[in-house]
Design a protein around this ligand. Structure first.
Ligand SMILES: *Cc1c(COP(=O)(O)O)cnc(C)c1O
Length: 394
């Protein structure tokens, strides 16, 4: 394996996680977890304040109208907290779904017993601004729209700008699941109209799992009082408690917070959202070019590829079997991610975490060697996969 990259590499022998979180973290992030913190103590309260302020700063211009509320649990807990705290019980919420996370948002609303309108685009077709505009014009009962920024199940970067424009033009409120994009793809309130976004510690900021966070308009936070169905997932209550005492309401993941502050330092040193986005984009470009050279095809047309994660079709060659491909790639130090499509077989390769283009070249070289070992002559996908893809381009 080459070691030319300047990143803070994981310890020798630890595989690279080519997955969209948990992901490969720096040695400094891991080392930051080697001390215990009292959650009540002033030192930890200062850490929480610093975390909230740094995340707001990442939002960019217009962030002063927002505040940051961290929430214990994985990303899904924070999404549920956002939906429960901001959507209305007496109005409809339009969910824009094109994959597992949009589906999960709709499922969450069903648990909450709140009215939903669903735009279901299937596995990977993008929800477009004109479709959103038409749905909103047809139904004045819709108050909120939920969009997934990067739908991690296919890797599509949804057209958030045109969605935001359509929602704002109709005078409705946008909530964004930017879990896998925030920190690497710009999301400035001065450019996009939204009331809240949600992300988590173990995605593009490159921390370890343990909490999510909501960045919401202060006016929306104030209006959310009493709106959550849940004691623990109440964003308003967490916010009010943080504002009053500087503390999380219930036991915070102290070590995860310490690691996250270290991760934020690394993010800043890399040049913030622009710097991180540039590295991930380079990772993706090197990966996609290399894999295409081997004969692999991406599910998505280049214009929809996110810099976060890429879906490749499994080769049609009968010598190819994903479980064996996975095991052999793992032996070479790379953990891949299975696909989530319903029609054709696929797998995914993440571009986020402590990896750069040199690592991505190693990934491609390992894939080439593994195909040879398996006796796969062509990495080309089955014909029906390309038919599917043509549908997307149309
Ligand atoms: C990771 C992710 C989530 C949250 O998933 P968890 O497994 O609960 O962390 C939600 N939405 C998107 C788009 C994601 O990528």
């Amino acid at each position: 394996m080459t070691t030319k990259d300047a990143l803070d590499r994981p310890k020798l022998g630890e595989p690279f996680l080519l997955t969209p979180g948990p992901l490969t973290t720096s040695a400094a992030v891991k080392e930051a977890m080697l001390r215990d913190w009292g959650s009540w103590d002033g030192d930890f309260r200062a850490m929480t304040a610093s975390l909230r302020a740094s995340l707001l700063e990442l939002l960019g211009e217009g962030a002063d109208a927002f505040d940051c509320v961290p929430m214990q649990g994985s990303g899904t807990f924070a999404v549920e907290a956002m939906l429960a705290s901001f959507t209305r019980k007496d109005k409809k919420t339009l969910i824009l779904s094109n994959g597992a996370y949009g589906k999960r948002a709709a499922e969450t609303m069903a648990y909450l017993g709140r009215p939903v309108e669903l735009l279901d685009k299937g596995d990977y077709l993008p929800p477009r601004g004109d479709e959103v505009a038409a749905l909103l014009a047809a139904d004045p009962e819709i108050s909120h729209v939920v969009a997934v920024h990067c739908e991690t199940s296919s890797g599509i970067l949804n057209p958030i700008r045109e969605i935001s424009d359509a929602v704002a033009a109709a005078g409705r409120t946008l909530l964004i699941d930017s879990m896998s994009a925030f920190g690497a793809v710009p999301l400035e309130p001065s450019e996009l109209a939204f009331d809240a976004i949600v992300s988590s510690a173990n995605k593009c900021i490159e921390g370890v799992p343990g909490f999510g966070f909501v960045l919401a308009r202060k006016s929306a936070l104030e209006a959310a009082k009493g709106n959550s169905h849940s004691l623990s997932l109440d964003i308003h209550a967490q916010w009010a408690h943080l504002e009053k005492s500087g503390q999380w309401r219930f036991t915070p993941p102290t070590h995860v917070v310490a690691a996250f502050l270290e991760a934020l330092k690394g993010h800043q040193q890399e040049g913030g959202v622009a710097g991180r986005g540039a590295r991930y984009t380079q990772n993706r470009d090197v990966l996609v070019a290399g894999m295409r050279k081997l004969g692999f095809e991406t599910l998505l047309d280049s214009r929809w590829l996110s810099p976060i994660i890429v879906t490749f079709f499994c080769p049609a060659d009968p010598a190819f079997a994903f479980p064996e491909f996975y095991d052999r790639m793992k032996t070479r130090g790379f953990i891949l991610y299975p696909g989530k499509l319903t029609v054709v077989e696929s797998f995914r390769v993440g571009c986020i975490g402590q990896m750069d283009e040199h690592i991505m070249r190693d990934v491609v070289a390992a894939a080439r060697d593994v195909l040879t070992e398996m006796g796969v002559e062509s990495a080309a996908p089955p014909a029906e996969a390309l038919v599917e893809r043509a549908r997307l381009a149309a």
